[in-house]
Ligand binder design. Structure first.
Ligand code: ADP
Ligand code: MG
Length: 244
């Protein structure tokens, strides 16, 4: 569904990603993991065309992401940016429906989709009239997810969607996300720095370090067949440590 073809991305002197070859399978959940600064967010931003590769190509479906294709492609993708990115001056409901209204989707359709998404993400409909700052962290994340799902995207890109939540809410949302992914059968590309979360949500884990893919596979692959000593160090540095 998504293919990175020898993709390098540089910000000036900084090589954020180096010669990345990666295929993201349709209908499955792929989780990007790795230390801060290893290029996870940049990888997602390349898919939505917010940054352009310095070399190589990113292909979504049959189309190369580029100036001529990016607007159409974005309609087929839902993206939750790191930190949520809700518009503070719009209510939760307005945040979710902004694009649908901009595209002049029939109002009835938008309203019924909104109710459907509240049910799917367990957001009380009464929360829709509130502004982001009047919502709990967990509710804000739900609203971000609803906004990404509004137009029924084929591809869902989530950048640390459970980043700033307390552990109990995080567990609850992890369970819900897994249910949602299972129910929707969409192509999901999710970023986290939490390995337990990655293992819980992923069909496949992609471990990066400083712009390189170090290993892809399941948690068992990483644990039992580490590609490099770094993999073991990364696993044992998790809190709680992953048992080797
Ligand atoms: N807009 C930018 N300008 C300059 N450097 C950037 C920019 N965005 C990211 N970087 C750098 O690129 C590298 C990868 O960043 P990022 O993809 O955000 O990592 P991650 O999401 O894994 O923490 C880091 O060294 C970061 O400092
Ligand atoms: Mg990031």
């Amino acid at each position: 569904m998504i293919r990175f073809d020898e993709v390098t991305h540089r910000f000036g002197e900084i090589e954020a990603l180096r010669d990345i070859d990666l295929e993201i399978e349709a209908g499955r959940t792929t989780v990007l993991i790795g230390p801060s600064g290893c290029g996870k967010s940049t990888l997602l931003r390349l898919v939505v065309g917010l940054v352009e590769p310095t070399a190589g190509r990113v292909i979504v479906g049959e189309e190369v992401v580029g100036p001529n294709t990016v607007l159409d492609l974005r309609r087929r993708m839902g993206y939750v940016i790191q930190g949520g990115g809700l518009f503070p001056h719009l209510t939760a409901g307005e945040n979710v429906t902004l694009l649908a209204r901009h595209l002049r989707r029939p109002e009835e359709e938008t309203e019924s989709r909104l109710a459907e998404l509240c049910a799917l993400t367990h957001l009380p409909e009464s929360a829709l009239a509130r502004f982001p700052l009047e919502l709990s962290g967990g509710q804000q994340q739900r609203v971000g997810l609803m906004r990404a799902l509004m137009l029924e995207p084929e591809v869902l890109l989530l950048d640390e969607p459970l980043g700033a939540l307390d552990p109990l809410v995080r567990r609850e949302l992890q369970r819900e996300l897994r249910e949602i992914f299972g129910a929707l059968h969409r192509t999901v590309l999710l970023v986290t720095h939490d390995l337990a979360e990655a293992a819980y949500l992923a069909d496949r884990i992609v471990l990066l370090r400083a712009g390189d893919i170090i290993q892809t596979g399941t948690l068992d692959d990483l644990r039992e067949r580490p590609a490099e000593p770094f993999v073991r160090r990364f696993l044992s540095a998790q809190r709680p440590p992953v048992e080797l």
